[in-house]
Design a binder for this molecule. Structure first.
Ligand SMILES: [Zn+2]
Length: 307
């Protein structure tokens, strides 16, 4: 099957049950087991972005998730005396130090460096993408298009609604950084939190019916725009009772996947659950990064127009 016949569906799970504001690793563990269960039941795969402390506390669970075909990447909420939780209000040296420390803790537990990254609050600035490339990350969920939360150093303007290579000097623009940024699926026209945040495919935000509108609208836009990679990207956190069949979030997720499958069929596409690593790989295959065009494609380029 060719990729253009597929609708990829991914969900990222931000894992932070040991965070200061939550401090409930037992709930985190129940959520992870429940999510693994509901993902198996729906034919979907998770990308678990994990803060270092959660990774240390739940090490065997993440090993099992990865063995089952899910992805484990790095999540960061900065926890330093006197500072904010955000990456996006820090200079390059500070961000490099914070990222390097977290990478080391990840590698201690997992025996490898993380390849994917998501910052808490989608907080980043114009230093961040170049640093992620420098530190060997290949992909992640960094931008949140149209989010306008200066208090969280998370301001994204009209950044791309679709997977992209980001710009190395301006986080909002597309560019040539060797890192695939995979934004969560949003409806830019539906605003929440006083207009500062779009309705996104965050499971816990609304019910399945509302998510269905976002799913249908996003896919319709992608088909009309002819985007090379048709994909939906949902989001949740490991702080809900996903193991309980009657849990509202679990039922919402089941409804979201059903809506995505129906939308795929309607559009003549085949539904496929995927990790963000798989999405990034498909994107790299379909969209060459600017500046690394193959010699063959350079030769094919049309000659410059006469002036
Ligand atoms: Zn978080």
């Amino acid at each position: 099957m060719k990729t253009h016949d597929v609708l990829f569906f991914a969900i990222q799970v931000d894992c932070e049950s040991t965070q200061r504001a939550i401090q409930n690793p037992a709930l985190g563990e129940r959520a992870l087991r429940g999510l693994a269960d509901v993902m198996a039941a729906t034919g979907t795969k998770g990308t678990f972005f994990v803060i270092p402390r959660d990774l240390e506390v739940h090490a065997p669970i993440y090993a099992a998730l990865e063995a089952a075909g899910h992805e484990v990447g790095l999540h960061i909420h900065v926890d330093e005396p006197g500072g904010t939780e955000f990456l996006g209000d820090r200079g390059a040296d500070d961000q490099r130090r914070i990222l390097t420390e977290a990478i080391d803790r990840f590698a201690q537990v997992r025996g490898r460096r993380p390849e994917s990254f998501c910052p808490g609050y989608f907080s980043a600035n114009d230093h961040t993408f170049g640093l992620l490339e420098e530190l060997g990350f290949t992909h992640g969920a960094v931008s949140c298009p149209t989010r306008d939360l200066p208090s969280c150093a998370s301001v994204w303007g009209a950044s791309s609604l679709d997977p992209r290579y980001p710009h190395r000097h301006n986080r909002v623009l597309d560019g040539d950084v060797d890192f695939v940024d995979l934004p969560v699926t949003i409806d830019p026209a539906s605003r929440m939190w006083g207009g500062s945040h779009p309705l996104d495919l965050r499971v816990e935000l609304v019910d399945a019916k509302n998510h269905r509108y976002t799913i249908e609208k996003s896919l319709k836009r992608q088909v009309a725009a002819g985007t090379p990679l048709k994909q939906l990207h949902a989001l949740t956190h490991n702080v809900f009772e996903y193991g309980e069949p009657a849990d509202f979030r679990r039922q919402t997720y089941v409804g979201m996947v059903a809506a995505a499958k129906a939308a795929a069929t309607q559009a003549g596409l085949v539904f496929r659950g995927a990790t963000l690593r798989e999405l990034a790989g498909e994107f790299r295959r379909l969209v060459p990064r600017p500046g690394i065009a193959s010699s063959a494609s350079r030769r094919k380029k049309s000659p410059p127009r006469k002036r």
